[in-house]
Structures are given as structure tokens and as C-alpha cells.
Ligand binder design. Structure first.
Ligand SMILES: *[C@@H]1O[C@H](CO)[C@@H](O)[C@H](O)[C@H]1NC(C)=O
Ligand SMILES: *[C@@H]1O[C@H](CO)[C@@H](O)[C@H](O)[C@H]1NC(C)=O
Ligand SMILES: *[C@@H]1O[C@H](CO)[C@@H](O)[C@H](O)[C@H]1NC(C)=O
Length: 612
């Protein structure tokens, strides 16, 4: 085993720092999953921390090598117990960067505060999500229009831990089975696009052994080098959002000539890594949506919507190839009462921080919230630390200008798209300051009535309609999770079917049985995950209509599972008894018919549920 321990100096200094009041934990189990399925690298680690005593313990250190820290965009730790619960109920544990010594070191540490102190021999399991941008390096760096994009990722097969690790394993999920190369070590299993390493036992602190993956990744590498979002509040009923994008294709640079003809005629093998569409999920009641670039309005954008979201699909004037840039603006209006609340005489805006575009990396994001003239006592609350300051914006109707809260953050990923708040005080008389409104008190009164009627009572966060909306939101989160689990079941079914095809191709009965065992295992896990979701869902009165459909979906999937298993057993038995393929086919023909019908049913139900 190639374990290098070149961090021994650091180990020593941690021991010194930690020995003052607390014990050093050991990690009894570490499971790490690396998702390389898009341009954003997500790593989910589950750590079981044990306090060997004799002192109490309240902190756990996380360590990152220098080259990873540069690209670290998001770090969150939570109790493993809340996993699988609704999104909102996961509470992030406090994390802070720590400087363990004055010497420059190759490792950066963060310290996680545990929710309660651990006595000797107690243990606690936490999930740590780390997200990296620009961590996939195109290799080669330049490709022609006809080439697929290959990227490189490297890491250590061992979890970088300042503590001893008893048992650990790693799984790496690649976007596709098109894998150029990967590091082969002992205890490795490759299954389609999944590579599993481990378990490895009894690793000393800072064990390290490099692994690298070279694979095809054609998902859009859409990077906003800069995005300026301007959110302007008008107390007359509107929140106007304008977003100015400077976008680049951050993947392998395109070389040679670009032929649009080839690109359009054979989109699958021409410019496979290019992207010609971008998708944004706008809030449900977005209106007056526009999309324009330097030349003018672009009409090739489509708006699809239902009661819960508005989907905007935009098409730049030319397809984006590696290294190409474009700049454009999208804008939309939002109803004020969905985002502005009042509490104890103060007003606050509660709105999402980042872009509505999906899987976009933002190098620099600037959010400007433009408040009405006359606002005072302004402050902003963000869920993560951020640089902020205030400016003034003057427009033609204003006397003193409007206060602007500016927030700036670098290295932004979709996980940062959380709600933030801007609080301010506003004296309604200030509205008279706008000269137009001074013309007539009557007009003001009239307009105020309109605003009041449009806002009904929903300016208060606790109104009935707000609560109903909130509940519906929770139901949707649950349903979304159900869909996700069913999706994973269907993938498992596909793998099972694929294992049969492999069997007849290669004759490897052992591999086929292993695939069956793994499918059995994952389906059992998924069914365990599904149960609490159904129980929660049933408890919502607003889910009464959809619940029977969800139940039916789960039942149909279960039946489909059973039939697939029967088919698998029959086929493998037939194969082992040396029956010919035709013979086996006729034996499973009836099952196959049922399977096809059930698949259709599951698809239909998914469709119905998706349309709520
Ligand atoms: C690979 O590892 C080295 C350090 O060992 C680092 O400098 C480099 O940026 C890493 N990343 C990629 C994608 O090659
Ligand atoms: C572009 O669209 C906006 C919003 O729909 C509209 O106000 C503007 O007049 C349009 N400009 C041109 C040049 O068509
Ligand atoms: C902001 O709105 C979101 C979604 O409606 C809600 O979950 C959150 O609690 C709100 N935050 C505040 C401080 O009201």
C-alpha cells in the first residue's frame, strides 16, 4: 500500500493544540461518495466519529489539501440522522476555518462543532457535503468539433483525515461508461459508470494515495464569469429582477473551424460538449419575462409554466463551443406580496440569492437590492458569510436616490441559491416624496387600494394563504423525493436487465449473480427510504388527492420489481442448464409481457404525478 505520511509535522501540531482540553477522536467508519456527473464536483462523506476518551470532545476537524481548497465552493456538515428528512429540516452544524500553526502548511483545516459534547466512548455520525468548481481539467485542453470532451479528476483514495480511520470506502460516480482510464488498486469494483474502492482498514492519520480518472463528460460547462442581479422593490406591487450574464463555455477549448451545418445535422457527434440551450427555473408567478443580448431582444426563448414554476429556455444566438463567450440579460417581474413581508413595523424582502439557471457555476456574483427612496435602518441577512456594502441609485423620479444593498460572492454553486433577507424601515409618507404621487392625494388613495386588494392579507407571513402555500411546498418536496427514489429503482431495474444481456454475451454467471445481489440490496434500501416519505405524505390534507396515485405508483413499481426478479431467476437457471436463448425467451415470454405493461403503468403514473 502506498501510504505516504508527509504531513507528520502537522499531525504533531494538532496533537499539541488538541491536547489542551479535548481528546482527539477516531473515525470508526468513513464512506465517501464522489459525484463527477456534471461540471460541479460534489463529495458526500459520512463520518462516524468516536471519542476514545478520556476527555470530552466537541469539535471535529476536516482537512483539505491545498489544491482542493482553491476550488472549494461549499462546505456543509449535518447530523446523519436528519438525512432523508425533508430538505428544510436539515440543520447545518457550525463550521469555522482554523489556523493550527503559523507555518504555511499544505493542509487547510475546518472545525465542525458537534451538536452536543461527546463523552468517552460515545460516537456521532455526521454527513459532510463538499462542493468544488473548476476541479475537472479538460485533457486534452483543445478539441475539434468532432471530438468528445475528456476531463481529468484526481483525489486520494483515502479520506484525508487528521485522525486515525478504522474502516473506509470510496465510490466514484462518473457521468457515463465511457472511461478512458482510472487508477486500479486492490479492492476495486467497477460497475458501469460506478467505481468502488475499499473497504480499507486501519489507516493512520493523513494517509494519502493518489487516484485519477480520465473520462468523457459532455454536460454543459456553463460558467458565468460575472453575473450582476439587480432586484428592485417597488411598493406599488412589483419586484423587478434584471440579471446580466457574462458567460463562457469553461470546458475544452474548441480548435479548428466550426461548421454550423455539421453541428445541426449531427448534433450527437458534432460538438458533443457544446451547448445551445440554457434553462432557468423562475418563480411560479414571474411575468413580463424578457431575454436580450447586445444586438437586441432574442425571440428564441420559450416559457413553459405551471402553478409551481415557470421554466424559461433560452437559446443564445450561436451554439456555445469550448472557450466561447456570450453576454446577455434576462429580466422578469414578480408579485411583491410573494416576497415582501412585514413584521413589527419593519419590512423585509425574502428572496433567493442566486441565479435561476440550473447547474451554472458563477465565478463572481453581485446582487444589488434597490429599495424604495426613503427606506432607513437597512440591513441584510445571508445564510453564509458574504461581502456587503451600500450604494445609492439615482433615477429620474427620485430626489435623494434609492438606497442599494450590494452583496458580492465568488465561487457560487446551485447550493448557494438559498433565501436571504433585506430588512428596512419605511415610512409610508415617504411615498409622497415621489413628485408624481404628489399630484393628487386621490390618485394615491386609489392606487393604495389597488395595492391593498392585490396584496390581500398575504403581506403577513402567517396568513392562511401563506400557510397553505407553505404546506403545499412541503408536499411537493416529499413528492419530489418519491419520484427520485422511483427513478433510482428504475435505474436498478435497467442494471438488472443489462446483467442478463452481459450474461449471454460473456457467459460470466458469477458477475450476473453479483449484479443480482447488488440490485436486491439497493432495492431493499430504496424501499426503506420510501416508507417514511409515504407516512409523512399521508399526513398532509393537501396531499389527499395525489396520495392514492403515489401509492399506486409504489405498488406498481414493487410488482414490476418482482416480475423482473422472476425473469432474472428463470433466465439464469435456464442459462446454467444450458438451454438455448430461444428456449429461455419462450419461458420468460409471459413475464416479459407483464413487465412491459407494468413499465408503461409506472411511466404513466410518474407523468400524472409530475403534472400536479
Ligand atoms: C491533480 O493533483 C495536483 C496535485 O497533486 C494538482 O496540482 C492538480 O491541480 C490536480 N487536479 C487536476 C484536475 O489535475
Ligand atoms: C425588447 O423587449 C422588451 C420587453 O418585452 C421591450 O420593452 C422592448 O421594447 C423590446 N425591444 C426591442 C428592440 O424590441
Ligand atoms: C423565506 O421564504 C422561504 C420560502 O418561502 C421560507 O422557507 C423561509 O422561511 C423564509 N424566510 C424568512 C426569514 O421568512
Amino acid at each position: 500500500m502506498a501510504i505516504s505520511r508527509y504531513f507528520s509535522l502537522v499531525v504533531f501540531s494538532i496533537a499539541m493544540a488538541a491536547s489542551t482540553a479535548f481528546s482527539d477522536p477516531i473515525l470508526t467508519k468513513v464512506d465517501r461518495r464522489i459525484y463527477l456527473t456534471s461540471q460541479i464536483v460534489r463529495i458526500l462523506s459520512t463520518l462516524k466519529v468516536e471519542n476514545p476518551g478520556p476527555l470530552i470532545m466537541s469539535q471535529v476537524l476536516l482537512a483539505f489539501p491545498e489544491h482542493q481548497v482553491r476550488n472549494l465552493a461549499y462546505l456543509m456538515a449535518s447530523s446523519h440522522e436528519t438525512k432523508g428528512k425533508a430538505k428544510g429540516s436539515v440543520v447545518a452544524l457550525p463550521i469555522k476555518a482554523v489556523n493550527l500553526n503559523d507555518r504555511p502548511s499544505t493542509v487547510t483545516f475546518y472545525s465542525v462543532s458537534l451538536p452536543k459534547e461527546l463523552a468517552a466512548d460515545d460516537s456521532f455520525t455526521l454527513d459532510v457535503l463538499t462542493i468544488f468548481t473548476h476541479a475537472l481539467r479538460p485533457a486534452p485542453e483543445q478539441i475539434t468539433q468532432a471530438d468528445a470532451q475528456l476531463v481529468l479528476y484526481n483525489d486520494s483514495v483515502y479520506y484525508l483525515s487528521p485522525y486515525e480511520v478504522k474502516v473506509q470506502s470510496l465510490s466514484v460516480k462518473l457521468p457515463d461508461t465511457k472511461i478512458e482510464s482510472y487508477t486500479k488498486l486492490e479492492n476495486i469494483k467497477v460497475h458501469g459508470s460506478d467505481i468502488k474502492y475499499g473497504p480499507y482498514e486501519n489507516l493512520p492519520p493523513f494517509s494519502h494515495s493518489p487516484i485519477a480518472f480520465h473520462f468523457e463528460s459532455n454536460l454543459p460547462f456553463a460558467v458565468a464569469e460575472e453575473l450582476v442581479r439587480e432586484i428592485e422593490i417597488s411598493h406599488w406591487g412589483n419586484v423587478q429582477v434584471n440579471e446580466h450574464y457574462k458567460l463562457i463555455h469553461g470546458g475544452a477549448k474548441s480548435k479548428g473551424e466550426f461548421s454550423r451545418l455539421d453541428f445541426q445535422a449531427r448534433p450527437n457527434d458534432q460538438g458533443a460538449s457544446a451547448f445551445s440551450l440554457l434553462v432557468a427555473h423562475l418563480p411560479a408567478r414571474a411575468h413580463s419575462v424578457y431575454y436580450r443580448d447586445l444586438i437586441g431582444n432574442i425571440s428564441t426563448s420559450h416559457l413553459r409554466g405551471d402553478s409551481r414554476k415557470t421554466e424559461l429556455v433560452i437559446e443564445p444566438r450561436y451554439p456555445m463551443l469550448g472557450g466561447w463567450r456570450t453576454a446577455f440579460t434576462i429580466g422578469y417581474g414578480l408579485p411583491l406580496q410573494d416576497f415582501l413581508y412585514e413584521s413589527e413595523g419593519n419590512r423585509f424582502l425574502n428572496i433567493t440569492f442566486s441565479t435561476p439557471m440550473i447547474e451554472l457555476v458563477i465565478d463572481t456574483l453581485i446582487v444589488k437590492v434597490v429599495l424604495p427612496e426613503g427606506s432607513s435602518d437597512i440591513s441584510a441577512a445571508t445564510p453564509f458569510p458574504i461581502k456587503q456594502w451600500q450604494e445609492t441609485k439615482i433615477s429620474h423620479l427620485d430626489i435623494g436616490g434609492r438606497p442599494v444593498v450590494v452583496l458580492k460572492k465568488t465561487n457560487v454553486v446551485p447550493e448557494h441559491n438559498q433565501y436571504f433577507q433585506v430588512f428596512y424601515k419605511f415610512n409610508s409618507l415617504s411615498m409622497f416624496r415621489e413628485p408624481l404621487m404628489l399630484i393628487s392625494g386621490f390618485i394615491f388613495f386609489f392606487a393604495a387600494c389597488i395595492v391593498y386588494m392585490r396584496a390581500d392579507t398575504s403581506i403577513s407571513k402567517y396568513s392562511a394563504s401563506y400557510l397553505a402555500k407553505q404546506q403545499w411546498e412541503e408536499v411537493r418536496v416529499l413528492i419530489h423525493k418519491v419520484q427520485e427514489i422511483i427513478g433510482r429503482c428504475l435505474t436498478t431495474h435497467d442494471n438488472l436487465e443489462a446483467s442478463l444481456r452481459e450474461l449471454f454475451r460473456t457467459g460470466d454467471v458469477q458477475a450476473c449473480k453479483a449484479a443480482r445481489k447488488s440490485a436486491d440490496g439497493s432495492l431493499k434500501e430504496l424501499s426503506k427510504e420510501m416508507k417514511p416519505l409515504l407516512t409523512s405524505l399521508q399526513a398532509y390534507s393537501s396531499a389527499a388527492q395525489i396520495f392514492p396515485k403515489v401509492e399506486e405508483l409504489v405498488a406498481k413499481e414493487r410488482e414490476l420489481q418482482e416480475k423482473l426478479m422472476q425473469k432474472h431467476t428463470t433466465a439464469v437457471e435456464g442459462y446454467e442448464k444450458k438451454s438455448g436463448p430461444r428456449d429461455i425467451n419462450s419461458r420468460v415470454a409471459l413475464l416479459q409481457q407483464k413487465i412491459t405493461a407494468l413499465k408503461q403503468d409506472v411511466d404513466d403514473l410518474l407523468q400524472i404525478i409530475d403534472e400536479i
